[in-house]
Design a protein around this ligand. Sequence first.
Ligand code: 5GP
Ligand code: ZN
Length: 139
Amino acid sequence: MRCRSGGGHAKKTISRHTAHVKISSVGDCLFCQIVSGEIPATRVLESPRTLAFRDINPQAPSHVLVITKDHYRDLGEAAQAGDGLVDELAAQAHQIAEAEGIAGTGYRVVFNTGSQAGQTVWHVHAHILGGRAMTWPPG
Ligand code: 5GP
Ligand code: ZN
């Protein structure tokens, strides 16, 4: 695991929507490096603004991560972009679940947000988990 901080911004572009600062990529961010192809991953789905790939340490028979191609540190930052990006992540999550054959039986979508919630990679990502019965509450 390489990127645990949100620092080291390599390139910034100013969003045209608001004063919000959109960061295209962060040099030392693991998921930015997966987007660029510097670090390999098993890709399962791609759209112009999102990328989905298999988690390296799966916690269920199906465990896929869907990320934004631009760098946002967490769900809150991606939501502040306010341009339908989070809607797109949700739509991609459902499309992945259908492709994995888990949409009918049920699947879980998790955005760990912040260290106490268990976020370890500081680039927004949704976990799509399925293929087994889940328990609640989560640990
Ligand atoms: P978080 O703990 O931030 O919610 O989730 C980060 C996820 O990224 C973990 O489930 C972890 O297994 C996964 N991960 C960490 N490093 C890599 C990697 O190099 N490749 C892939 N495909 N997944 C990774
Ligand atoms: Zn990143």
